[in-house]
Design a protein around this ligand. Structure first.
Ligand SMILES: Cc1cc2nc3c(=O)[nH]c(=O)nc-3n(C[C@H](O)[C@H](O)[C@H](O)COP(=O)(O)OP(=O)(O)OC[C@H]3O[C@@H](n4cnc5c(N)ncnc54)[C@H](O)[C@@H]3O)c2cc1C
Length: 285
């Protein structure tokens, strides 16, 4: 039998996590966690619900960065004025599951599950996000998202860690973001190819690019080779480069989708980068 807790503060929550360690499980929106409990894949002695954690239900902007609290839902994000400026994030978050899922589910839970095909995670990868974590023993840590995942469904979190927020740069003039998600069905399907892009454009040339890939490797990854290649290019040159082939970070594993992914990933990359480019040049409101 599990015991249920509803901590009201971060301190209360990390005290519980410290007390129960690997026997505790945080249930945030519960859209991944409850399935694990129902099927017996997880059998926590202590279920820690985030429903009363008001201090983690806020979205704030500080020093040019957006801070999304560890219990903020996708619905909250989609309604937030600052998030609305981030075209790629709006597409990624708006594509997750269905409205009933987005009412409950959270970005903290998305990175917590560490699925390779996670949408918000892939957009966060292409946003150079940072994950803020706190525990009683180690205090506060900030982990760059490209150092957060170990392998499929495994991240660097320890059982006593609480994600307090996810942080990514706020959109500025000259900056744009894009997200492309290829699926077999239009809705309620796991992405087969996911590409996120955040770029900066000055006088018609790319000055910075952050690219995330999802569903291609064991975890979402950064495509550093693409990022480096894009800097200095014009829109047309960038488009040609994206089309030219599979990024070397797309470590495709043999599956019945390998051929499909080989062909479509460059197209998805081109579309995500062009979408971001258009926003950077003010063509998208
Ligand atoms: C019908 C359906 C459709 C879905 N469609 C999609 C989709 O299209 N794209 C997609 O990416 N995902 C999808 N998902 C998966 C799921 O909704 C997401 O991964 C979601 O972001 C999980 O968030 P949550 O708050 O529900 O996490 P939970 O289920 O509450 O938690 C998930 C994991 O993260 C841990 N965790 C949660 N919060 C914290 C925290 N603050 N600190 C430390 N650990 C924490 C939990 O302990 C657990 O291990 C779908 C799920 C369902 C049921």
């Amino acid at each position: 039998m599990s015991e249920f807790f509803k901590p009201k503060t971060v301190k209360e929550c990390i005290d519980l996590l410290d007390q129960y360690g690997s026997k505790a499980m945080i249930v945030n929106g519960g859209t991944d966690a409850v399935e694990k409990i129902n099927t017996g894949k997880a059998q926590p002695e202590a279920v820690i619900l985030m429903t009363e954690m008001k201090e983690l239900k806020k979205i704030t902007v500080k020093d040019g960065a957006v801070h999304v609290g560890g219990a903020v839902t996708y619905l909250q994000m989609l309604k937030n004025a600052e998030i609305k400026k981030n075209q790629g994030m709006m597409i990624a978050v708006g594509a997750i599951g269905s409205p009933p899922v987005r009412v409950m589910a959270t970005p903290a839970g998305n990175v917590g599950t560490a699925a390779p095909s996670a949408d918000c995670t892939t957009m966060l990868m292409g946003s150079d996000a940072k994950i803020h974590v706190v525990s009683k023993k180690e205090g506060e840590r900030v982990i760059p998202i490209d150092k957060f995942f170990v392998k499929t469904y495994v991240n660097v979190l320890k059982p006593e860690d609480l994600i307090t927020e996810v942080e990514f740069p706020a959109m500025q003039p000259g900056m744009g973001s894009g997200y492309v998600r290829l699926t077999r069905r239009k809705v309620q399907d796991i992405g087969k190819v996911l590409v996120s892009a955040t770029i900066e454009v000055k006088r018609g040339r790319c000055t910075k690019a952050v690219i995330g890939l999802g569903a291609l490797n064991a975890t979402a990854v950064r495509a550093y080779s693409v990022e480096e290649a894009l800097v200095g290019l014009s829109r047309k040159e960038a488009q040609e480069f994206c089309r030219s082939g599979l990024p070397k970070e797309a470590g495709l594993r043999p599956s019945r989708y390998t051929h499909y992914k080989e062909i479509t990933t460059p197209v998805a990359l081109e579309r995500a980068v062009m979408m971001a480019w258009d926003q950077a040049e003010g063509k998208v409101k």
